[in-house]
Write a protein that binds this ligand. Structure first.
Ligand code: MRU
Length: 320
């Protein structure tokens, strides 16, 4: 099934907070419920957020109250600040409001269907680029990835995980090393779940082991997604991405970012201008933490453009 979809008069989405234990679908009938799902990461991942934003405006448009639609669109845009796809999806759907609710919904569904096609296209392009860059490997391509960039982060298939799936389908994949992605464990809970379903060999790592696995020569490439790509090519992605890029540069292996064109933000000059979401410290503070301990729960980091070997989209490969 698709991670997020439109069902006649409401949104249906997999509740990602319940995975891998249970596959529960949410029936979302109001923008307030959608904003709640986005904030608590029941719906997450940049491309899925873009679709959610657009479908949310389609939901709001059905109320017919112009002031209320504007308020709801703003609350959706503000639900999470870092992934540019969310505001992009909201704005694209909002631009059709004057044409009526059916036009807004058509725009949202176009974003949804385009995401599916984009994922497959960039998956194939990324796999081809990697195989050309690496030449033949005796064991298949061993890859390290971070967070979850799979079907769950999109509508289906995935971005970085789409590249990995394509390599697997072509019989060219070795092993996938998955960072657990603290504190919400998108790697340990979601990516492992998707890889197991696809029958792809994988090994879980604690996040801090990621760079050492690169340094030990266990992977041929690091492939990740992105929440935003600034005009200068800086890549904003899940916290823990930057150290992987440093390690890849040190060892001299490709650090590849797979993302749809909608993740580019030409209006933002560089990574320093991007608002990095700071989430509730409660997500980090365990029960064993002494009372009074504080935590800075940065959800994303910035990988400078010069550490990125290639950005692969549905349309092109940008290399340095
Ligand atoms: O906080 P999340 O789970 O929404 O963060 C997701 C990521 O950082 C992904 O790597 C990114 O959105 C790309 S998903 C194709």
């Amino acid at each position: 099934m698709r991670t997020i979809d439109w069902r006649g008069d409401h949104i249906e989405a997999i509740d990602q907070t319940r995975l891998p234990g249970e596959v529960v679908t949410l029936r979302i009938e109001t923008v307030d419920a959608l904003v709640d799902a986005v904030k608590r990461l029941a719906i997450r991942g940049a491309p899925a957020l873009g679709v959610a934003g657009a479908l949310g405006v389609a939901l709001a448009a059905r109320t017919g109250d112009t002031a209320e639609v504007a308020r709801q669109a703003e609350s959706l845009r503000a639900a999470r600040p870092t992934a540019v796809n969310l505001s992009w999806g909201v704005d694209r759907a909002r631009a059709r409001l004057a044409d009526g609710p059916d036009a807004v919904l058509a725009e949202a569904l176009d974003i949804l269907e385009t995401d599916v096609r984009a994922n497959h296209a960039l998956g194939s392009r990324g796999a081809r680029w990697l195989l050309d860059a690496l030449g033949s490997t005796e064991h298949g391509v061993n890859v390290q990835t971070h967070c979850n960039t799979g079907a769950l982060a999109c509508v289906e298939w995935g971005t970085a995980l789409g590249v990995i799936r394509t390599l697997h389908h072509e019989g060219a994949l070795g092993r996938v090393y998955v960072n657990e992605t603290r504190p919400l464990l998108q790697g340990a809970r979601l990516t492992t779940w998707e890889l197991a379903q696809a029958g792809i060999e994988h090994t879980l790592l604690v996040d801090s082991a990621g760079p050492s696995v690169v340094a030990r020569g266990l992977v041929d490439a690091v492939v990740v997604g992105a929440d935003r790509i600034a005009a200068n090519g800086d890549v904003i992605n899940k916290i823990g991405t930057y150290p992987l890029a440093l390690a890849a540069a040190r060892v001299g292996i490709p650090f590849v970012v797979a993302a749809p064109e909608s993740t580019f933000d030409p209006a933002t000059a560089d990574g320093s201008a991007v608002e990095i979401e700071i989430r509730d410290p409660v997500e980090v503070l365990g029960q064993d933490t002494p009372v009074g301990t504080t935590a800075l729960n940065l959800a994303f980091d910035v990988t400078p453009a010069d550490l990125v070997t290639a950005i692969v989209t549905e349309d092109r490969v940008v290399t340095r």
